[in-house]
Design a protein around this ligand. Sequence first.
Ligand code: GLY
Ligand code: MN
Ligand code: MN
Length: 444
Amino acid sequence: MIKNTLLPVAEFCQRRKNFIAQMPNNSIALIAAGKEVTRSNDTEYPFCQNKHFYYLTGFNEPDAILAIIKADDVAESVLFSREKDPLQEVWHGRRVGQNKAIKDYKFDNCFALADIEEQLIPLITGKTAVLICQNEQNDFQQQVLNWLSQIKQASRTGAKAPTTLIDCNNILDEMRLHKSNAELDIMRQVNVISGAAHQRAMQQSQAGKFEYQIEAELLHEFASNGARYPAYSSIVAGGDNANILHYTDNDEALKNGDLLLIDAGGELAGYAADITRTFPVNGKFSEPQSLIYQLVLDSQNLAIAAIKPGQTLAELNRIVCEFLTKGLYDLGILQGNLTILIAQRACKKYFIHGLGHWLGLDVHDVGDYHASAMREQLRPFADGMVLTIEPGIYIPSTDKSVDEKWRGIGVRIEDNIAITATGFENLTVNAPKTIADIEALMAD
Ligand code: GLY
Ligand code: MN
Ligand code: MN
């Protein structure tokens, strides 16, 4: 059960302080909230807050704008948000309003969006630089440029417009990459909820059921434990469907003798879990399935065991590629000279995606993977970073280069790992993954 689904407001205040410390003097940062997105006609998708905005505010309403001001004698955060409106609130839900925003979210000031030009333009005027998150919302960038034009048009009155536009994505990406203890605690909780959902899926799996019925079991478990929405569309892929990496149709019947690959995680307080498990629909691995499965599992354990501060994703990839290539060679799936196969990273024919990615407020979280301009993922791991480790082997049913017994097998195993001061913590603690544990759970 959930202990605490929200971060304390002090954590958001501290983030704004840390952000201000990285702003140039005499500048203003303007960060926009997300917008509601129409699904069709007058219905909307469930609202998802812009994650940079959420990271700095914890404020979950659409359309708001955060202004952070840094000057010699000022460091303050001002929110612009929707006004209280009894009629709108009766139809669409409660709004926080300005007074409560100041009180509960500790902004220095808050104004209604209707007053934004009157209040914000004086705050921008005279600053040297404006910081915005470029490439996210082009409409918002255009709006900022319009405000700058308005200030320029008033230059005869002495008004000075900022001359520098700075992209602050890098600052926020880097801040988000390093998780605090409170963030890690939420990520532990959402992993436990998501692990329970994978257990439930294993227990409910049965030939003849449809993939979407298993998806429903996952969503039930997420939502009934406080993770109301999945962090991304759940992949429930029986048999050969597992060989479609982002399979989300989830509309076929499960077949006796097939594997079922499930890649699914809940979202809690904005934070994602991203867990994959692969198991037999009927609860018992066939021999070829168990051989591929064990190879993937051993490669994952090898990678996880090598995680510590200073380690790199490039090195983990090298370890896993060598191990999988040798394993596929031993099974007769890859043929030729083993040394050459390893040098060529021959396993990539069947391990067709990356080994892992940062995880946090986004499932594919922000943060640079590179230590330099080189494309290799050589950034040294540090305490507080969280990433997935997700090796896989995919042998489509159409692959005539391998013995028939391997065809249609697709296996991925994915855990969420936090880097600690001395090594790692596997956050994925309750989703069974040894063959014995999976078969025992499914036999119950
Ligand atoms: N669920 C998407 C991924 O594993 O990257
Ligand atoms: Mn992943
Ligand atoms: Mn995944």
